[in-house]
Design a protein around this ligand. Sequence first.
Ligand code: NDP
Length: 457
Amino acid sequence: MSFDYDLFVIGGGSGGVRAARVASAEGAKVALAEEYRMGGTCVIRGCVPKKLMVFASGYKDLVHDAQAYGWEASVGDFDWDVFRPKMHAELDRLEGIYRNILKSNNVEAFDARAEIKDAHTVTLSTGQDITAKHILVATGGTPFTPDVEGAEHTITSNEIFLQEKLPGSILIVGGGFIASEFACIMHGLGVKVTQFYRGEMILRGFDKGSATHIADAMKSRGIDLQLGADVAKIVKTDAGLEVTAKDGSTQVFDAVMYGTGRVPATKGMGLAEVGVNLGRKGEVLVDAYSQTSVPSIYAVGDVTDRINLTPVAIREGMAFVETVFKANPTPVDHELVPSAVFTQPEFGTTGLTEEEAVDYAATHGPVEVYTTAFKAMQSGFAGRENKVFMKLLVDQHKRTVLGCHLVMDGAGELIQLAGIPVKMGATKEDFDRTCAVHPTMAEELVTMKTPSHVIGG
Ligand code: NDP
């Protein structure tokens, strides 16, 4: 049977574009459809604009520190009207680069929605049917907003970058990556921020001691972080959005943003209808090679809800091409993936959390916990109270470093490097025989001599 293409990719984000480009380089005839903007969530309404806003939000502290170091510096108000068009121009530039990558790699791009008609056919929103030997679903995810009265007045991370003007005050709901990062960003830009998280500590699933350190720092910077708090209803009034919390208290905000998770973008895709098994959240269920229950259909990235991070989606896309177009079956390694949460202070993390170490210790033996918290020289001199926090988890018998958690300026950059020895299986003694670099904050990583406690000891 002959097909129009060897590969049809649905979704022009990180995973889809990488798979399309690499498959084409292998000689495959490839097409890709994207219904919104090329580049996907990461480039258009995620990591990239978020990081630009993280940078923008950090300058107030920098100016304050500069003053403390003797500079005659002053900071006025943040001007969204100056920053916003520059940010969007940068996103346009990056989208152009993504388009060029496809073009220069002979991938045919369709600016259209594609849905699955059968195991080898997609139907475009233009009405056109296209056949392919393989179909790769890389449609990512979309923000989830709970069914709360008045939710129609709220925004999500999709809209936050598009606002015409910054609100004077904002309520951010949720305690995960997105809610916590945006609480810090908006605060840094001069917005009065309240954050509601329904649980006992933000960043659930991360190392709790590190999360607690971040939450305390956020509060001391002036963010009104309310734990055990949730929204009961939202009413639009002349004064703004009147939010009634579940404890009955009310407060008025200029804006309410939900950062309450994302759901895989599989709705209306025709996947279940052709026999692709979906999970409880609508995620595409795949095997280690990203193959679905329909052999010609594969899926990578957030739509599979494995580890929802851009570099993971890219790796899944590349492993798919190895497996399908290079006859080299390659499972994706999802172990010890380092990541960063761009809160202020920043959080870099890899491996086992202290909470996970309890289970680990029950089966593998005791885990040593090394922690340190200290005032950083640079910000301490400037009179800022924030402290650096570090934690290493070590298998007491094997000596392997199982987890590394850093809360400090530059933690995202640092965990990229610390992630290498942890992934290599380095021992605590490997860390310790590496000479310290002085004076740095990171030197403490190789000078923590005595465990603060032992789990399962
Ligand atoms: P997360 O799953 O990280 O967090 C969702 C938050 O919303 C949790 O605090 C959750 O609470 C809360 N929540 C969920 N449902 C409700 C509800 N019905 N009512 C009230 N609160 C609710 O999702 P995010 O949206 O923050 O991020 C989505 C994904 O995007 C992340 O998993 C991450 O992979 C990726 N991402 C990565 C970033 C990075 O690498 N720096 C940055 C941003 C996003 P509870 O804990 O109680 O369930």
